[in-house]
Design a protein around this ligand. Structure first.
Ligand code: FES
Length: 148
């Protein structure tokens, strides 16, 4: 019997979390690590699309509160994550599948550990019921948030 391996997408702000080298990403088995310019740039559509494309969980790493390079990007991200939790949970996507960590680690050393911890939690939850969520997602919501 093969072991379930969750698909985790990790967005990390390059200002607070630096860059993982390819080698570090490979050795930590992080397959879907996406450096971004600020967590405020992550739209609800990005998260929803990731679930539609097969993600089991989303980890967003941003700068500490009060320390966003673009002033309030991390607050915006916090609000979006809150809304996504409320929007997606009734569709079968548990709130534990979307995590936001506002902290700092300029060399990105904690990224592999955080990915590992969240992956363990995702294993407990099992595969995401994304197909169901994608069917129920009101298109207006995705469009309003800058999606297709
Ligand atoms: Fe890092 Fe905005 S610059 S979260």
């Amino acid at each position: 019997m093969s072991e379930y391996k969750p698909k985790l997408v990790c967005f990390s702000c390059k200002f607070g979390w630096g860059y993982l080298t390819d080698e570090a990403a490979l050795s930590s088995k992080i397959e879907n690590w996406i450096p971004i310019i600020c967590t405020g740039k992550i739209d609800a559509a990005h998260v929803i699309n990731a679930f539609e494309e097969g993600a089991d969980g989303i980890l967003i790493l941003g700068c500490p509160e009060g320390d966003c390079h673009y002033q309030d990007g991390n607050y915006e991200a916090k609000k979006r994550v809150y809304i996504l939790h409320r929007l997606l949970e009734p569709m079968g996507i548990e709130k534990e599948r979307i995590k936001l960590e506002l902290s700092i680690d300029p060399e990105g050393r904690r990224i592999p550990q955080l990915v590992k911890e969240m992956s363990k939690e995702l294993v407990k939850l099992g595969p995401c019921r994304k197909a169901k969520a994608a069917e129920k997602m009101p298109r207006e919501v995705v469009k309003a948030r800058g999606g297709e």
